[in-house]
Design a protein around this ligand. Structure first.
Ligand SMILES: Nc1ncnc2c1ncn2[C@@H]1O[C@H](COP(=O)(O)OP(=O)(O)O)[C@@H](O)[C@H]1O
Ligand SMILES: [Mg+2]
Length: 313
């Protein structure tokens, strides 16, 4: 459950950046393409990363150009898609998400890679690792992100400013942001950068509580955005459906559908708990390459596209 301090921190951060944000809206940011989508939930282990990576991979396979930003200090999306040596290379060359934050934050200089800060690269597209698969690029996560300490009120806009100043919305069909389950500076940063979010849930009691809390955060946040700038839900994706638990999960899903019908669409496509999905992730294999999950990821991605095109046309 969300700690009260987390709520307090969130509201304070929103207040802090309000003035700066309104200035940006006046400058015409609101007319940009709306194709940045965050995968969120304040709960861990529900499959945010798995669903984010696999829809991104499937879209890329279908010919859409996708950038995946690994915004979680646990960097699971990077581990899913890259080998250990590829990650190490990005890390050594300082081409990770941390380079966006390093110049604006105070952080522990005994950082994980043992080196001190160097400025200059933070706004560059060089941190994007290109074509990890056809049409799929990534900004690698970084464990150092756990050491970021906020020092300025503008840090929340770092990701958004990076996307804007490099025209990334125009260069990609979709930009996906994989988010941590914590209410931290990274989540705030993703809020600012995103046009839409998708909630990934496990169909159980705790998930339905989590959705209500999350909705409150979004309402508060949107109060401070311009009218056309609102962060909107693209829907809820139910993952880890247990076959043996079918009735319980089905009941939970219909309760969630009913309770949140004015806020969220629940995707018709549900993803079952399939051992092969977890196993494949260890070998950088995506669902479309894994027996038993090809059909479901294709179906989920088509539904994603339909929903996205529905709200964008
Ligand atoms: N549909 C699924 N079937 C089987 N295992 C899954 C499925 N979705 C996720 N997992 C596994 O569950 C664990 C948590 O998933 P992950 O995507 O990392 O969650 P989150 O990003 O929400 O913390 C991982 O080990 C992942 O491989
Ligand atoms: Mg994750």
């Amino acid at each position: 459950m969300l700690p009260p301090f987390g709520c307090f921190l969130f509201f304070e951060i929103v207040k802090c950046v309000n003035i700066e944000y309104n200035v940006k809206i006046d400058m015409g940011v609101s007319e940009m393409k709306r194709n940045v989508i965050s995968f969120m939930n304040m709960k861990g282990g529900v499959g945010k990363t798995t669903i984010c990576v696999n829809i991104a991979g499937q879209l890329a396979e279908m010919g859409r150009k996708v950038l995946l930003i690994d915004n979680d200090p646990q960097m699971n999306a990077s581990q899913y898609l890259l080998s250990a040596s590829e990650i190490e290379k990005q890390f050594n060359e300082k081409k990770t998400i941390f380079s966006l934050y390093r110049s604006d934050v105070d952080y522990d200089f005994n950082s994980i890679n043992g080196s001190e800060d160097e400025e200059g690269e933070s706004e560059s597209e060089e941190i994007i690792l290109r074509n990890i698969r056809n049409n799929l690029d990534i900004i690698c996560g970084d464990l150092n992100m756990t050491r970021v300490r906020e020092t300025t009120g503008s840090i929340q806009a770092i990701l958004e400013n990076y996307i804007t100043s490099n025209d990334l919305k125009d260069k990609y069909d979709f930009i996906f942001i994989d988010c941590p389950p914590t209410q931290t500076i990274y989540t705030m940063s993703a809020f600012f950068a995103s046009d839409y979010y998708i909630l990934v849930i496990k169909p159980d009691y705790l998930s339905s509580i989590g959705i209500s809390l999350f909705d409150k955060m979004v309402v508060q946040y949107n109060k401070h955005r311009g009218k056309s700038e609102k962060l909107k839900s693209l829907g809820i994706i139910a993952n880890l459906m247990q076959k043996g638990n079918d009735d319980y999960h089905k009941t939970k899903i219909s309760e969630i559908k009913d309770k949140f019908k004015f806020k969220h669409d629940v995707f018709e496509t549900k993803i079952n708990n399939v051992g092969a999905i977890a196993k494949s992730s260890e070998n950088q294999k995506l669902m479309y390459e894994t027996r038993g999950s090809v059909r479901s990821i294709k179906k989920l991605t088509s539904e994603f596209l339909k929903k996205y095109e529905g709200v964008n046309n």
